[in-house]
Design a protein around this ligand. Structure first.
Ligand code: UD1
Length: 418
């Protein structure tokens, strides 16, 4: 009846099955970029099969790298890099392509990347990335919409970030690991995806001290060596499924959920009345009483509440018994899906970075995903809504979720690709 590359959901069923958590998108993408610093073979185990990973694979292939999949294992052979120019169409579709600046400069002394795209969730400038790489000795110019970077060889430097940025920290790390001499990075992002990039790089021969803190010391090496590395579980996908359990007042078991990285989300889940147990890699959820509102929930840098889970949590609060408030502190335009939730009966009022939410019951509707996490929030709203919901443009959701329909079906949802 629809056939618009969407997702059809019949709401009202409390979830209860088991789901295995996929590998992390935000950890995998910078590791793929880092593979350019190894002329040999990089093996990424548990790599999520999502469209952003396929896009990054396409970009690496265009640069001359060879790739091959065996199940969820991605092998990248970096021996034959033939160009330093990132494919314009692919690169402009994905924000993470900007981290190729650091690794291409390290590998080729030159890089050309289109101004990065990604989800439409605010201005998302790249000044911090450029400033950091300039400190390492890169010079930049713009030519026909492409950003061109060159260096006579990156040199270790002191880089002090005035603001915590995941991407800029990763870019600086990627530039510094094969620069000559030592670098000191201050004010680094402490998000787990930065820590995982450091762990990966160390496994490939990089010298890095201080991972997990805001101060990193890096001693440059000539190049990375062969490495096989397990991509960590996706804390955002796991958090999404916690919210799916909550919004349906169901249950659910998440296998391999990285709960050590999910403290803020689990705190918020507890606040609304959710209960959980963690045992031998299994996170067991009881959401029958997950009905309470939250007076104030603010997104913050890690270990605060992640901006990537703000939309899905808002969907949950839209069904709570009372009034809640969310403040978005990371990105200025991350309430895009509110108009779609309103079509389903949600009572949400947005004023700049603040959203006031009055709990209500939702009704199925035809809605449109406009970006990745907002799209997931609409799917969750559909699980709770009376009747049928159709979420158009599932390709946005497929950027980050391997198969949200498969996973939620495993938890007992009536959900189909259409
Ligand atoms: C951000 C999230 C990350 C999430 C990802 C995808 C944070 C801190 N980061 O990472 O968890 O997975 O989006 O949705 O929550 N900024 C600048 N100049 C720059 C770079 C960033 O001003 O050069 C600003 C941004 O506008 C933003 C803040 O710094 O307000 C944090 O951005 P950053 O961490 O760089 O964003 P991502 O790396 O995309």
């Amino acid at each position: 009846m629809y056939g618009l590359n969407g997702i059809k959901i019949t709401g009202g069923i409390p979830l209860q099955g088991e789901v295995q958590i996929q590998g992390s998108k935000n950890a995998a993408l910078p590791m793929m970029a880092a593979a350019l610093l190894n002329r040999g073979t990089t093996v990424l185990l548990g790599c999520p099969k999502i469209s952003d990973v396929f896009l990054m694979e396409h970009i690496l292939n265009h640069l001359g790298a060879k790739t091959c999949w065996k199940g969820n294992t991605l092998e990248i052979h970096g021996g034959d890099i033939t160009t330093f120019t990132v494919d314009e169409e692919a690169g402009s579709q994905m924000r993470s392509s900007v981290v190729l600046l650091g690794s291409l400069l390290g590998r080729c002394q030159s890089a050309a990347v289109p101004y990065p795209g990604g989800c439409v969730i605010g201005k998302r400038p790249i000044d911090l990335h450029l400033d950091a790489l300039k400190r390492l000795g890169a010079v930049f110019r713009e030519e026909n919409g492409m950003l061109i970077a060159e260096t006579c060889g990156l040199q270790g430097a002191v880089i002090s970030f005035p603001k915590s940025s995941v991407g800029a920290t990763q870019n600086a790390i990627l530039g510094a690991v094969c620069a000559s001499g030592e670098s000191l990075l201050l004010g680094c992002s402490k998000e787990p995806e930065v820590t995982w990039l450091c762990r990966f790089l160390k496994a490939a021969g990089a010298h890095i001290l201080g991972e997990g803190t805001d101060t990193l010391r890096i001693r440059g090496v000539r190049e990375l060596h062969d490495v096989e590395f397990q991509i960590p579980a996706d804390r955002i996908a796991a958090g999404t499924y916690v919210c799916a359990s909550a919004i349906t007042r169901g249950e659910g078991v998440l296998l391999g959920a990285p709960i050590g990285e999910m403290e803020a989300l689990l705190w918020a889940y507890g606040k609304i009345g959710g209960q959980y147990r963690y045992n031998s890699g299994k996170l067991t959820l009881h959401s029958l009483n997950a009905t309470k509102p939250v007076q104030l929930l603010e997104t913050q840098i890690y270990p605060g509440f992640p901006t990537d889970l703000q939309s899905v949590f808002m969907a949950v609060l839209a069904t709570a018994e009372g009034d809640s408030c969310i403040v978005e502190n990371i990105f200025e335009d991350r309430f895009k899906m509110v108009s779609q939730l309103q079509k389903m009966g949600a009572l949400i009022e947005v004023c700049q970075s603040k959203a006031k939410i009055r709990g209500n019951s939702l009704t199925g509707a035809r809605v449109e995903a406009q970006e990745l996490r907002g799209g997931a929030a609409l799917v969750l709203a559909g699980l709770a809504a009376r009747g049928e919901t159709y979420v158009e443009n599932r390709h946005f959701i497929e950027r980050g979720y391997e198969d949200i329909c498969r996973d939620l079906s495993h938890m007992g949802a009536r959900i189909l690709k259409d």
